[in-house]
Design a protein around this ligand. Structure first.
Ligand SMILES: Nc1ncnc2c1ncn2[C@@H]1O[C@H](COP(=O)(O)O)[C@@H](O)[C@H]1OP(=O)(O)O
Ligand SMILES: [Mg+2]
Length: 446
């Protein structure tokens, strides 16, 4: 694990790796801006291949353009950008966006999209390389492969950040056949997404793949910048042919600041192709795009939770697995709230995505056992995506979710997500039924 000496003020871009931030003298920046301005201006006149290769693949270009923008000398560059052809949009997006966490959001979206190429291939494949983990839950080659791809992308872009990931390479290191299966799907996904290599990097071979998979062992979620990943959330749904999600979030000092959910099997936008990718940055709202879109060239669409005036109007969703949430308690809550529509059952954080898309209003997740501790990667991305869409997320006692306590959310029990307008009404009913059914909130373990 890398040292956690990476605490930065919320909302600031991750500094480039040490060697990249060394270009800091104003004179160099000024002349770099001038040169880039000239280059961008004459770009359309040059052979496309030369320009693309130069602009998109040289590390020097990335270093200089990042420094130029952050130093405020990017004006010439931005003016020159107007003359550029569409093939440079990738660079323009990277260089000119000043919104907090724009870089993190973009890389997280691209990484989730590339991971989805892999998971979709495994989803339809006959062999999924399923093994059962020590906690009896299933894991497939898609979980391992997607984790390797996403962690490789984080390592390339944010090498000082810490990472919490659901999987580790233990099962692979003792099973070379399984490792080969994972490598097959990783290398295929890399080949199919070559255009992303400049931004996300690659995986050089099986040994680096295992190294990447093991980058998620961080146990501290309270300080510094920490990414949390569930490479295939809802593995049971994934194996059953149901919903699943690739869920990635960035926490800064224990607060979720960025969340991305790739949901390959959710219905598309406007009746389009199946699959959506949602993302949220704290204070900037939640947006959605088709999962298969060219993300740099597609305008994000704002999405908001349905504003209802009474909980009785809600349709509610819950998990499919009766071992993961208490369907009977959820049904009782729904009846008490006056909800008449039957529940919509779907696996994974696709539930958070669905209500953020206005395809349902309420998500109820009451525990089957009070000893179960929800995992940070199962909720961090969904949490910010609902909150930024105008929703409220709380536990069954109405307490906010505490993401500072490590890999599990041990300070909370159960989970509910709802529109702000009815949150008091819903939380009152859920709290009363929770106390009656499970007893009062357990004492804090801190
Ligand atoms: N006993 C349990 N209670 C609540 N959630 C659980 C339980 N066992 C597993 N899970 C988690 O529920 C998530 C899926 O939720 P849903 O059923 O709503 O789709 C998975 O991430 C799964 O974790 P894991 O990935 O470790 O199996
Ligand atoms: Mg999960």
């Amino acid at each position: 694990m890398k040292p956690s000496g990476s605490i930065r003020a919320a909302g600031t871009r991750t500094p480039r790796p040490p060697e990249e931030s060394s270009i800091s003298i104003n004179t160099i920046l000024f002349w770099a801006a001038v040169c880039l301005g000239i280059l961008f201006t004459i770009a359309p006149l040059l052979p496309l291949r030369f320009v693309d290769v130069f602009l998109l693949s040289t590390p020097l270009f990335r270093r200089v353009s990042t420094s130029v923008c952050s130093s405020g000398l990017g004006a010439g560059l931005r003016v020159a950008e107007r003359f550029c052809s569409a093939s440079h949009l990738q660079v323009r997006t990277m260089a000119s966006s000043g919104a907090p966490y724009a870089w993190e959001r973009r890389i997280a979206e691209l990484a989730v999209q590339r991971a989805a190429v892999l998971t979709k291939a495994v989803y339809t494949a006959r062999v999924k390389g399923t093994v059962t983990k020590s906690d009896k839950s299933p894991v497939t080659i898609a979980d391992f492969g997607a984790q390797a791809l996403v962690f490789g992308a984080l390592e390339r872009n944010f090498p000082a950040d810490n990472i919490i990931g659901e999987e580790d390479s233990g099962d692979l290191r003792t099973n070379s056949d399984l490792t080969s299966l994972v490598w097959d799907v990783v290398s295929t996904a890399l080949a199919e997404t070559q255009g992303l290599e400049g931004d996300l990097g690659t995986v050089s071979g099986q040994s680096q793949m295992l190294e990447f998979i093991d980058k998620g062992a961080c146990a501290n979620s309270a300080t510094g910048r920490v990414w949390a990943l569930d490479p295939v959330d809802g593995t049971k749904g994934f194996l059953r042919g149901g919903q699943y999600a690739i869920a990635l979030a960035l926490l800064v000092d224990g607060v979720v600041q960025v969340g991305v959910l790739g949901c390959p099997n959710l219905p598309g936008l406007d009746g389009g192709e199946e699959g959506v990718i949602l993302s949220a940055v704290r204070g900037q709202g939640t947006t959605v795009k088709p999962l298969s879109a060219d993300l740099d060239k597609t305008e994000p669409r704002k999405t908001t939770i349905n504003a209802i005036s009474s909980a009785s109007e809600a349709s509610f969703c819950e998990g499919v697995e009766s071992g993961h949430s208490a369907h009977d308690v959820q049904a009782r809550i729904a009846t008490t709230l006056g909800i008449t529509k039957p529940s919509v059952q779907l696996d994974s954080q696709a539930k958070y995505a669905s209500i953020a898309l206005g395809r349902g209003e309420l998500y109820l997740r009451l525990p089957v056992s009070m000893t179960y501790e929800e995992k940070i990667w199962d909720h961090a991305a969904g949490n910010i995506i609902v909150e930024e869409a105008g929703g409220v997320v709380a536990d069954m006692y109405g307490r906010p979710i505490d993401f500072t306590v490590g890999r599990t959310l041990k300070e909370n029990k159960g989970m509910i997500a709802m529109p702000k307008q009815v949150s008091e009404e819903v939380m009152k009913v859920v709290r009363e039924i929770a106390v009656e059914h499970y007893g009062p909130p357990p004492k804090s373990s801190l």
